[in-house]
Design a binder for this molecule. Structure first.
Ligand SMILES: NC(=O)c1ccc[n+]([C@@H]2O[C@H](COP(=O)([O-])OP(=O)(O)OC[C@H]3O[C@@H](n4cnc5c(N)ncnc54)[C@H](OP(=O)(O)O)[C@@H]3O)[C@@H](O)[C@H]2O)c1
Length: 202
């Protein structure tokens, strides 16, 4: 893909790492642990391979890498253990590259739940299959694609290292540091309306 893009357009200025898959299952209910490999393959190794191929071109143009991560790169989340782990891996990788590379800008994007995409529908369930359409609603706190895209473009123009969308998510790392118990309770409360009913659990 990188070779094709360079052949067609002459160079690469931006590499947007958007591909991602999620999960929705308590760890102890998982019957097919290959979901952890699949999620790591797409969310972390997908970024590693794309950056490796595009890097020489990005360096030439002092270009940008934009990784669509998640606030789950900064904290764990129930039902998402493999997803949160993959985003933590992505953050560690990008933080390291940021110190190695002076001539390429790296932006890590950490959005809240986004409404209007298929991430939830495509999420892998206990048996490793997509959970498909569910009645689980996004909370009213979820952000729209429009708000998310505009915030990403603004951060790209300003060549920021990280952007949390909405801004209040910047509190997460601080809360984790000074009040981790409170943060856990807050997350559990927010997730309550989205948790599968106990009857659907084995
Ligand atoms: N939705 C949210 O609430 C939310 C919140 C925070 C962060 N994010 C992040 O935002 C990014 C985009 O997710 P989304 O919400 O737009 O979900 P989505 O609608 O399910 O889109 C996922 C995208 O990833 C691509 N993809 C999945 N597996 C792939 C693979 N093996 N190889 C190549 N491409 C693959 C899909 O391509 P195809 O359509 O061709 O399969 C699709 O374009 C993800 O990295 C996700 O972690 C989403």
């Amino acid at each position: 893909m990188v070779e094709k893009a360079v052949k067609q357009h002459g160079s690469i200025d931006y590499l947007i790492l958007n591909a991602g898959i999620s999960m929705w299952s308590r760890f102890e209910d998982v019957t097919d642990t290959s979901i952890f490999h699949k999620i790591m393959d797409v969310n972390y190794l997908g970024a590693v391979h794309c950056i490796h191929s595009a890097l020489p071109h990005l360096k030439k143009n002092r270009g940008s890498i934009v990784a669509i991560s998640s606030i789950q790169g900064k904290m764990g989340m129930p039902f998402h253990s493999g997803y949160a782990a993959s985003k933590h891996a992505l953050h560690g990788f990008l933080d390291s590259l940021r110190m190695e590379l002076n001539d390429v800008h790296i932006l890590t994007v950490m959005p809240h739940w986004i409404s209007g995409t298929s991430l939830r529908e495509n999420a892998l369930g206990t048996d490793g299959q997509k959970i498909g359409l569910s009645k689980r609603r996004h909370t009213k706190e979820s952000i729209s694609l429009d708000v998310c895209s505009k915030a990403i473009i603004k951060a790209m123009i300003r060549r920021k290292s990280e952007v949390a969308i909405p801004f209040k998510l910047n509190l997460v790392p601080w809360l984790k540091l000074i009040a981790p118990g409170f943060l856990r309770k807050l997350v559990l409360r927010k997730l309550k309306s989205q948790v599968p009913p106990p009857s659907s659990r084995p």
